[in-house]
Design a protein around this ligand. Structure first.
Ligand code: LER
Ligand code: MN
Length: 267
């Protein structure tokens, strides 16, 4: 398993679960210094930084790009794939495709988290799910042109009412015959929604392409009440070979969170 750390450049997400918020050059340097294999980028848009600049930072610090988040479309522009307004849904799709193209040029998949939105009186559940399936089909096909998957993240009930559990999301992918979409298992969300973390991971491992390895309180593992060692052993036994990514709060400080994360992912 490989490790990644989140670098956030979105001002509206300054209080979010991201470790480093400084310039990308500082963030890459910190990631390398702590011994991460990769960075996960959370950017305001696809034109925030050129592909050349990212490649130069990668070469300088020997870091891969694990994934690219798309949540800025929601926190900055209020866009979602399940909005009642077709014009907003279209803008949401464009925004995500631009980040798929950005990540794709770096060999990295993009993630759909908060931009999935939620169902409402204006957009009943079945319609929201059908908007989601339609968009995933288009986005996953674009990702495939770069030879990368697209990552869909079930979130806890306070952030979406579409899919909260990994098994339900996996059944949805199968039912809709969605190809080239993998699931993101965020252990913080799973701590709220799953009856058993182990069971949810074991039953759905073939669909899981990325992991946000966070403790129950969204701090680094070891700073909350999740027993992480059995989870690490299980993932190892299951043959999970993707990233364990530090989408965690930078507490008590970014450096201490990063150091604890690295320690907690060492078997
Ligand atoms: C995104 O990865 C996530 O986990 C959401 O909770 C964003 O706030
Ligand atoms: Mn997450």
């Amino acid at each position: 398993m490989k490790t990644a750390v989140t670098l956030c450049r979105v001002a509206e997400a300054a209080a979010g679960p991201f470790v480093f918020h400084d310039s990308l050059s500082e963030g890459f340097a910190k990631a390398a210094q702590h011994g991460f294999d990769a960075v996960e980028l959370f950017l305001p848009s696809a034109d925030e930084v050129s592909i050349g600049e990212i490649k130069q930072l990668q070469a300088q610090h020997q870091l891969a790009i694990a994934a690219v988040g798309t949540g800025a479309g929601m926190v900055k522009h209020g866009l979602s794939l399940t909005d009642a307004d077709p014009a907003i849904r279209a803008k949401a799709l464009e925004f995500i495709l631009s980040l798929v193209d950005f990540g794709g040029q770096l060999g990295a998949p993009a993630i759909l988290g908060s931009m999935q939105g939620r169902s409402s009186i204006a957009v009943p559940h079945a319609r929201a799910i059908s908007h989601l399936a339609e968009s995933l089909c288009i986005i996953a096909a674009r990702a495939a042109t770069f030879g990368v998957p697209f990552i869909y993240e079930p979130l806890n009930r306070y952030e979406t009412n579409l899919f909260n559990r990994i098994g339900d999301a996996a059944a949805f992918l199968i039912g809709e015959k969605l190809e080239n979409v993998t699931l993101l298992a965020d252990l913080f969300h799973m701590n709220i929604e799953e009856a058993s973390l182990e069971q949810a991971l074991a039953e759905n491992v073939e669909h899981i392409g990325h992991i946000h390895f966070a403790d129950s309180n969204r701090r680094a593992m070891g700073f909350g009440h999740t027993d992480s060692k059995p989870l690490l052993l299980l993932l190892h036994q299951l043959g999970y070979s993707g990233y364990l990514s530090a989408e965690i709060l930078p507490l008590p400080s970014a450096d201490e969170a990063a150091a604890q994360f690295i320690q907690s992912t060492t078997l």
